[in-house]
Design a protein around this ligand. Structure first.
Ligand code: FAD
Length: 518
């Protein structure tokens, strides 16, 4: 009997532990494009294109290396589907071939794990998990860090990781440049002059595989949100490596300084846009960190930018994963503020008068991407202060961003951005008025709303909802020292002011919930 060695869509890792298990006589690598994955939520079309095209390229590379791969392509015609879910298809193929074992690298989604276990049980065969060697930290590393601590702080985890992996530290374990953190150097805006001429992005034309996939997506998902194809997107490791080099050479030198800045028409600015390749494992975090550190050592990049970038990958990315696995499945149900609102329709189509939101959404619809500040301080900020359900915000994020995989999206959306976890990932809610957006971008200059105003028809909705949110939750946030300043400002407002803000927030809420996505 055979074994199925399962490769999931986010496991396109040439160094995966699965290949060391492979025995040509008995083993079949099993991959599938499943309807459920892309149909259970109203998925961005580029997300479907990216995943299927990257998976098909990976399949062909494996076949060229003489691996035996059983791959299920999605049909253009749904009537031809032989199963809806991943498990339906797996069970069907397993019965047909006759298998004695399922082997898989541990998945990045708690529910997928449950399903694999259920499938193995139905088949009456053992399921073997292999360690995911893609990450710097093992589950054990994180448990050791977390053990005995009441509150987990990224900074301490990150320092441990720097020391353990000998990244930007000397022999005595001291940080390069004498400090661990250069955040105070990294918070600039572009002022009024803008980002200047940005380096031209690399472009990749659609090959036959990608064209077949885009035909499929156009035919089967005609009315899903978002573009179908993006020429700045890679679908193979070779091209992802080109993007990594391009980023380090052209953008890393200004990465740190402008990490929080935004500008009209510029989705990426000096961000790397590498998360999607990291998360499907076409790129390895070690090589990303290594090339950045080498560029610093060669004198091409300053320490503040290098450290800022390393912190994101070695620190945040690994920390987030640790939080996910140590808190699931309970984590998904947390809703600290008990927010229940559905997301306004402009989260799907970008149709709104608010320039900042329209801008962020245009990046999402075009690229399945927006950089961190668009996610956190525009879309996330508004969703939280508006009162959207945190898990729904996560589901929306999973549908609309190419880099969203459950382990990384959930703690970032429900936790960091919506504070649904009450402060497990972060220490306070990320919320701000339109004045923050005005400072960090040029969006407010062409917007009909005034970021300083919270009431009246020309008030900035971001500002209205900010005050309304703090006013609604001030007692709940009282104990949080880091919120003291913000709460003091709410306390300064008169009852009448707060009532007017609440009234304006109510009007907007009614207006927004009656809209249908176009
Ligand atoms: P850069 O700014 O160039 O950063 C470099 C790399 O650091 C990223 O590619 C990413 O791998 C890593 N990184 C930075 N911050 C984080 C973080 N908080 N968590 C994990 N990795 C991080 N990131 C995802 O990879 N997938 C998600 O589904 C996701 N959802 C998010 C949702 C919200 C509401 C917020 C506020 C953040 C989310 N992030 C997510 C984190 C971060 O915004 C993205 O990793 C980043 O914007 C990706 O763009 P980039 O590659 O240009 O990042």
């Amino acid at each position: 009997a055979h074994r199925f060695l399962i490769i999931l869509g986010d496991q396109l890792d040439v160094n995966s532990a699965i290949f060391s298990q492979y025995c040509p006589e008995t083993d079949i690598l099993w991959m599938a494009e499943t309807p459920e994955e892309v149909e259970q939520i109203w998925c961005h079309r580029l997300r479907i294109t990216f995943f299927f095209s990257a998976m098909r390229h990976f399949r062909d590379e494996l076949r060229a290396k003489k691996f035996r791969v059983h791959y299920r392509e999605m049909n253009q015609d749904p009537a031809k589907d032989e199963g809806q879910t991943f498990t339906d298809l797996l069970l069907r193929d397993a019965h047909e071939v006759g298998i004695r074992e399922l082997v898989v690298v541990e998945p990045g989604d708690w529910r997928v794990k449950q399903r694999l276990e259920a499938a193995a049980q139905k088949l009456g065969v053992p399921l073997t998990y292999l360690d995911d060697t893609h990450f710097f930290a093992t589950h054990m590393d994180f448990q050791k860090f977390a053990s005995g601590k009441k509150k987990l702080i990224l900074e301490y985890f990150y320092r441990e990781m720097r020391k353990k992996h000998q990244i930007l530290v000397d022999e005595a374990g001291q940080p390069e440049g004498g400090q661990w953190n250069f955040d105070h150097e990294n918070r600039e805006s572009f002022g009024s002059s803008g980002p200047g001429k940005l380096p031209a992005p690399l472009k990749f034309s659609a090959d036959t595989i990608t064209q077949e996939v885009t035909d499929l997506v156009r035919a089967r998902f005609p009315s899903n949100p978002g573009e179908v194809f993006d020429e700045t997107l890679a679908v193979t490791r070779v091209d992802a490596l080109k993007l990594l080099k391009h980023f380090v050479r052209h953008h890393l030198p200004r990465f740190g300084r402008y990490e929080d800045a935004m500008w009209t028409g510029e989705a990426t600015l000096h961000h790397s846009r590498l998360s999607v390749y990291l998360n499907v494992k076409l790129l390895n975090p070690r090589e990303c960190v290594q090339v950045a550190v080498e560029a610093y050592q060669a004198g091409h990049v300053d320490l503040a930018s290098t450290e800022g970038f390393v912190r994101q990958i070695l620190g945040w990315r690994e920390f987030i994963r640790g939080i996910y696995w140590s808190h699931m499945p309970r984590y998904a149900e947390l809703n600290f503020f008990e927010h229940q609102q559905p997301l306004p329709s402009f989260f799907w189509d970008g149709q709104t008068e608010m320039v900042c939101v329209r801008e962020s959404m245009s990046h999402v619809l075009k690229h399945g991407y927006a950089h961190h500040i668009h996610r956190l301080m525009v879309l996330g900020n508004l969703s939280q202060t508006f009162g959207a359900h945190p898990y729904q915000f996560h589901q929306w994020h999973m549908a609309m961003y190419l880099d969203a995989i459950d382990w990384v999206s959930l703690p970032n959306t429900l936790g960091m951005s919506q504070f649904g976890d009450g402060g497990i990932v972060g220490t306070k809610p990320y919320c701000a008025t339109g004045a923050y957006i005005s400072r960090m971008s040029n969006f407010c200059q062409s917007c009909q709303f005034d970021p300083k105003k919270s009431t009246g028809k020309d008030a900035c909705p971001i500002t209205t909802f900010y005050w309304d949110f703090l006013s609604r939750h001030r007692e709940q946030l009282r104990g949080n020292q880091r919120m003291a300043m913000q709460l003091k400002n709410v306390d300064r407002k008169t009852e009448l002011e707060l009532q007017e803000i609440a009234q304006r927030a109510k009007e907007l809420r009614e207006q927004w919930t009656s809209l249908e996505p176009s």
